[in-house]
Design a protein around this ligand. Structure first.
Ligand SMILES: NC(=O)c1ccc[n+]([C@@H]2O[C@H](COP(=O)([O-])OP(=O)(O)OC[C@H]3O[C@@H](n4cnc5c(N)ncnc54)[C@H](OP(=O)(O)O)[C@@H]3O)[C@@H](O)[C@H]2O)c1
Length: 295
């Protein structure tokens, strides 16, 4: 029996935990902040349900083979109480979050050699505790190597496609090139498509160009087509559509992962002496908009 604890059973953690719990060889525990009875997920393959062990008190957690962390990036430090109880020699800790700094965010909490960064392409929405809609087929990538392959194997019996990718860094940065432009609708509070202009296209291209330049300096291979795809993706967003989770979070008055999406481009740009004026401007404006949730 493989023991797996999922910290943060929200849209992503709840979906992943529900899929893993379908495997009778896995003992799945969810470590929650808000109580929930069970997991019910509407997936593209049909509804799935799971009744994992649910803990809300870290004192009740015991060591496991795998920890999967699926909180928002700004909640990382609050997972310490869980990690202190769950992680022992041999425990592997997968970080399923957006961004490119999975290891940096957790290396003060878990020895770096146990950390497995994970990118997930799986749009999902949580409507209530334990009630989730998985909107499309899910894809997961971890870095090539023993940890990445072991992580991918966990999903062998699920409908989530998981692989260990030799070009993990590139994949993470390519995803960020698409994600970083969502700061525009987070500021304007509307989808860009209906108000599209050459100037708006230049701003979105600038955000993605800066991200690509910094990503390349970090070792990622990012074709130029990725920048144009980010522009095209933004142009196609129709009236009323939500451009990703930071836009959704702003509309809902919730905290946003701005640092993981755009602040990181500015910070790592400074490290490499690469100018990132567009990202810096929009991060600064969003902070100056009075949003108490910018982090
Ligand atoms: N949703 C998507 O479509 C999607 C797609 C790709 C990547 N991602 C990324 O995946 C990550 C997770 O996003 P999400 O959409 O799943 O967020 P979410 O729905 O807000 O879920 C986060 C969960 O973490 C819980 N949490 C926070 N701190 C905790 C703690 N200390 N102990 C236990 N639970 C804790 C929250 O508890 P509460 O129930 O109290 O809020 C919530 O259940 C983010 O980095 C996001 O960018 C999301």
């Amino acid at each position: 029996m493989t023991s797996i604890a999922v910290i943060g059973p929200g849209a992503i953690g709840g979906t992943v935990a529900a899929w893993l719990a379908q495997n009778p060889d896995f003992a799945v525990t969810v470590c929650a902040r808000t109580p929930l009875d069970d997991l019910q997920v509407e997936t593209p393959a049909g509804p799935i349900t799971a009744r994992p062990i649910v803990l809300i008190d870290p004192a009740q957690a015991v060591p496991v083979d795998w920890v999967l962390v699926a909180t928002k990036t700004y909640d990382v430090d609050s997972t310490k109480a869980w990690l202190d109880r769950l992680v022992v020699q041999g425990t592997r800790v997968a970080i399923i979050q957006n961004g490119v700094e999975h290891v940096r965010l957790f290396e003060h909490l878990v020895p770096a050699e146990r950390l497995v960064p994970v990118i997930i392409n799986l749009p999902a929405v949580r409507n209530a505790p334990g009630r989730i809609v998985q909107l499309r087929h899910g894809l997961i990538w971890a870095p090539a190597g023993e940890h990445g392959e072991a992580l991918a194997a966990l999903f062998g019996h699920s409908e989530i496609e998981a692989a260990a990718a030799p070009d993990f860094i590139s994949r993470a940065w390519v995803k960020l090139c698409g994600n970083c432009s969502a700061i525009v609708p987070s500021l304007t509070l509307r989808a860009p498509g209906p108000v599209w202009s050459d100037d708006l296209a230049d701003i979105i291209r600038g955000l993605a160009e800066e991200c690509a330049a910094v990503g390349r300096a970090e070792g990622a291979d990012i074709p130029q087509s990725v920048v144009e795809e980010a522009v095209e993706m933004a142009r196609k967003l129709e009236e009323g559509s939500v451009a990703g989770s930071i836009h959704a979070d702003r509309l809902a008055g919730q905290r946003m992962e701005i640092d993981a999406r755009n602040g990181v481009i500015v910070r790592l740009g400074q490290k490499h002496a690469i100018p990132t004026p567009m990202n810096k401007l929009l991060v600064t404006l969003l902070a100056a908009s009075g949003s108490p949730w910018v982090k």
